[in-house]
Design a protein around this ligand. Structure first.
Ligand SMILES: [Zn+2]
Ligand SMILES: [Zn+2]
Length: 447
């Protein structure tokens, strides 16, 4: 008896409604689903799967969507590489005529060795696509997204009298590897299940306090381009540089000159990043190599800025080579990767509408307008290249406010997403995810 009353006490503290929030039907339903969702969360957390290998995870998501009343299609999606199987899950919940809203979760984990010390920490190891042994961890919180996504399906099923229309639940693989969203759209997601009127996604945030939702109107994540830059020279003996064209010295010039794209070429109110993340050239002290290979990541928001920055990289690389007297047939080669990720644009009107909804259900002080980042997210794909489908990807606070205060006091950085030490606080992160997503959908589809 004692144990029982103690556990009721613990549970009631555990799932106490959010401070200053007006308790909504969505929240009540979310609270009653929580114990089972926390169990699902922990199960997914200790069984993480790498991008493109989400077989068990996708089967679990499909089973739960089916149990929540969705018509479910599994293994949906088509990667460019026909050898790869796509584990996309689509769950359609129909409730009469009305708008169609897409709700997306990502499903993949990362090659990170978990060091959170949690009792349900992952101990999974596997071989990555290159055949190397790696540990696997949900270091980006996609496990919390899935639990909140399943919770959203359950709550919307329970609240069917309150809404009209169709919800398309998308369990997306390979977010981290970029390509999961594209694989599902290329396989005809919208032709087969209907083009949504709105698309919604969420992501936990490693520096936002639990109980809070954060959102950025307009651009929230950047265009991501990978650029391979091969600087070609004429190699020879390190003791006779005058008989060579040294690609190492030229590479150094190019790297410095690339910094002027952000500082001199770009309008300062358009954020951009040009990072040289890798440079390899040469084999030995006394040999001037024939070439140097660099790998760059380029981050921008607007597509016209993207085009200009990519053109600037080419102009600078070739300009430096010309100035150094390199022959025309040894000009640098610039290759822009085909796996470009478009910028995620939160439709400003829809964002404003949802901020109003969240303030009502969570309380004014629990909804924050947060700064955009130069990170990337393939959620962007769902709004289509012209942003013609209004979309919002919002943040869910995942860190205990006391921990944030303590780290701030000690002048330390909190573990970021992808850190071996990052894990969201499951409750209330998952509950707030459900309340945030469900209240958004209910507002867009209300009767
Ligand atoms: Zn991530
Ligand atoms: Zn993520």
């Amino acid at each position: 008896m004692k144990i029982c009353s103690l556990s009721i006490l613990i549970l009631s503290i555990f799932v106490a409604p959010l401070a200053s929030a007006q308790e909504s039907a969505a929240e009540k339903a979310a609270v009653s689903e929580l114990p089972s969702l926390l169990a699902i969360y922990k199960d997914i957390h200790c069984h993480p799967e790498l991008s493109g290998h989400e077989q068990r995870t996708a089967a679990l998501v499909a089973k739960e969507l089916r149990a929540a009343g969705c018509e479910v299609t599994e293994n949906f999606g088509k990667y460019d590489d026909p050898k790869l199987k796509c584990y996309g899950v689509v769950g359609v919940m129909k409730n009469g005529s009305g708008p169609t809203v897409l709700v997306r979760t990502d499903m993949d984990a990362l090659p990170v060795h978990e060091e959170t010390g949690l009792p349900y920490a992952s101990t999974v190891t596997t071989k990555n696509d290159e055949g190397r042994d790696v540990s696997v961890m949900h270091a980006c919180g996609h496990d919390a997204h899935m639990a909140a996504f399943i919770g959203t399906a359950r709550v919307l099923q329970r609240l069917k009298p309150d809404w009209n229309g169709t919800v398309i639940f998308v369990g997306q693989p390979a977010e981290e590897a970029i390509g999961g969203a594209r694989a599902m759209l290329k396989a005809g997601l919208y032709n087969r299940f209907g083009k949504p009127d709105f698309a919604l996604g969420f992501h936990d945030k490693a520096d936002l306090q639990t109980g809070h939702i954060g959102v950025t109107p307009g651009y929230t994540y950047a265009n991501v381009d990978s650029v391979d830059l091969t600087v070609r020279g004429i190699g020879g003996h390190g003791a006779y540089p005058h008989k060579t064209k040294d690609p190492i010295v030229l590479s150094a010039e190019i790297i410095n000159a690339l910094q002027t794209i952000a500082s001199r070429e770009n309008n300062p109110i358009d954020p951009i990043v040009v990072t040289v993340g890798s440079i390899h050239g040469g084999t030995k002290h006394n040999i001037i190599p024939d070439d140097v290979k660099m790998q760059l990541t380029v981050r921008t928001y607007k597509s016209e800025v993207r085009d200009r920055v990519l053109a600037d990289i080419e102009q600078i690389a070739k300009g430096c080579a010309t100035a150094a007297g390199f022959p025309a047939d040894r000009m640098p080669i610039i290759e822009v990767g085909k796996d470009n990720l478009p910028a995620t644009y939160n439709n400003p009107d829809l964002t404003k509408r949802l901020v109003g909804v969240w303030k009502k259900v969570l309380g004014d002080g629990n909804v924050e307008i947060v700064d955009p980042t130069m990170g990337g997210e393939d959620f962007a794909e769902y709004s289509l290249p012209d942003h013609s489908i209004p979309a919002v990807d919002f943040h869910i606070g995942a860190v205990d406010p006391e921990k944030i205060a303590q780290f701030k006091k000690e002048g330390k950085e909190l573990p970021s997403l992808h850190s071996s030490k990052f894990a969201p606080v499951p409750e209330p992160t998952i509950r707030v995810g459900i309340v945030g997503m469900t209240s958004a959908v209910l507002d867009l589809m209300k009767r």
